[in-house]
Design a protein around this ligand. Structure first.
Ligand code: NCD
Length: 318
């Protein structure tokens, strides 16, 4: 298994599938148990180092590590020496002194996880670096698609996935594009020209400016949050205009094939990129499932990267 998970491109097809399979096994091993804990990472230390706000991702990693019996240290930038101006490097040296086996890092700087991996001995897992990447989100999204549309086995060959909205600022989109290509799915990015990154022509995707043309042929529609906090200038005329042209409302959703699912990594701007009724649609929306699946997938990543010895099924349990 790889030492660090910095980019979805770090994962070859076999490695990606092994993470998804392990997540299924771990999920099954814990299903219906009163005590949701397995022993493989007992005595190992996982540090959560979050320089950017996060609800889902931080708690998901924390729960994942705890369910594997690791010791977890949560280190958030607010209230730590970081707010007194300590650099990433000094923080890394402090972590090094604590002998962390894995550091899960989120930072506003694209490339922060990579830098950190040069300074610490343990494994580094990128939990979102600026607008660059968020590989475990792509893994949990792939896991969700595979469960819903491929009975939880194999790859995603032949699947048509639309990723819609603020691609420019989205690390989720970048990691998904890479992983989906590895798993054989085809991707269309749907966005206004102002919200597509420079160089998108070289990505393994099709591009469309028109959701009404692109969506009816898709098995999966992944809506992205409009990331206003990363927008200096104005990227579209008004929120209303954006929502009308690119938002997923019930009318647009009704033109999807019957089996198609609707995804969103959260947090959502309800009424902006996604209508409330669509987000809460009991049949198509996988938004809550994605959060649940995130824990299993992060357990699998930690388990495999920290060398959780024997197979999941054969491990003793408590
Ligand atoms: C995303 C993130 O932080 O990159 N959310 C998440 O991890 N669940 C997407 C976003 O902020 O829009």
């Amino acid at each position: 298994m790889i030492k660090h998970l910095l980019s979805a491109a770090d994962l070859e097809r076999a490695a990606a599938i092994s993470i998804l399979d392990t997540a299924e096994q771990l999920d099954r091993a814990l299903a219906g148990r009163e005590v949701k804990k397995l022993p493989p990472l007992r005595g190992r230390t996982v540090v959560n180092l979050f320089y950017e706000d996060s609800t889902r991702t931080r708690t998901s990693f924390e729960l994942a590590a705890k369910r594997l019996s690791a010791d977890v240290v949560n280190f958030s930038a607010k209230g730590s020496s970081v707010s007194k101006g300590e650099s990433l490097k000094d923080t890394a040296l402090t972590l090094e002194a604590m002998d962390a086996d894995a550091v899960v890092v989120r930072h506003s700087y694209s490339g922060a996880a990579h830098r950190l991996s040069e300074w610490v001995r343990g494994s580094v897992i990128n939990a979102g670096d600026g607008t660059h990447e968020h590989p475990t989100q792509a893994l949990l999204d792939a896991f969700t698609m595979r469960r819903r549309l491929r009975d939880g086995v194999g790859d995603l060959a032949g699947l048509h996935v639309a990723i819609v909205g603020d691609v420019l600022h989205s690390r989720v989109a970048r990691s998904n594009v890479l992983l989906l290509a590895t798993l054989g799915a085809s991707v269309v990015l749907v966005a206004p020209p102002t919200l597509l990154p420079v160089g998108v022509e070289s990505w393994p995707v099709d591009v469309s400016y028109d959701p009404d043309a692109a969506l009816p042929g898709c098995d999966v529609v992944m809506m992205l949050r409009v990331q206003r906090e990363r927008m200096g200038a104005s990227f579209f005329p008004s929120a209303r205009e954006y929502s009308r042209r690119y938002g997923l409302d019930q009318t647009r959703m009704s033109r999807l094939p019957d089996h198609a699912i609707v995804m969103h990594p959260g947090p959502m701007n309800r009424g902006m990129e996604i209508a409330a009724e669509v987000a809460d649609d009991p049949k198509r929306s996988t938004i809550v499932e994605q959060v649940t699946n995130g824990v299993s997938v992060r357990m699998a990543v930690l388990y495999l990267m920290l060398g959780g010895a024997a197979g999941v099924d054969s491990g003793e349990s408590e």
